[in-house]
Write a protein that binds this ligand. Sequence first.
Ligand code: SAM
Length: 163
Amino acid sequence: MSRLESTINRLIAQKVLLDHAAALIDTREGPVFELGLGNGRTFDHLRQIFPQRDIFAFDRSIRAHAGCIPDAEHMVVGDMRDTLRLVHPRVPAKPVLIHADMGAGDPTADLATREWLSPLVAAWAADGGYVLSDRRLELPGFTEIERPAEAPVSPHILYQKVA
Ligand SMILES: C[S@@+](CC[C@H](N)C(=O)[O-])C[C@H]1O[C@@H](n2cnc3c(N)ncnc32)[C@H](O)[C@@H]1O
């Protein structure tokens, strides 16, 4: 598979899995976390599929498309190793979906991220809530959700926190 084909697959899978998570969450209340605002592509999709929810976006700096930047209350700037520990005062409830889109493409860097990110994600996720990650995380007490048939092959994993 060429890199172009795997990039196309990854983006389609990301959209299919986010839409699937939105259907699974349905009417359950709670905010959404976007870990890795990047240029705002998936944030823009999240706000379309979750028009009524608070969406908190995290990144070390703001480099997103001008039209895809959350307001100051919902944009959390800084290293997530710090901000995920300290953001509690502005988050009204545990998130029903955490979208982690931080893969570096380097296996060692991804392992290092997994080590510090997993416990923070595990602690933040609401009971019964979902985590879509572009890389495997270490999440004891979570179950892996079967991918919809229309999701092409990609590294994404959809987890649910067992209540
Ligand atoms: C792949 S990009 C996100 C793409 C984005 N979701 C989109 O669709 O446009 C990953 C982002 O994660 C951010 N990131 C990675 N590690 C981080 C950390 N430790 N703290 C804060 N931001 C981090 C990077 O700055 C980068 O913008």
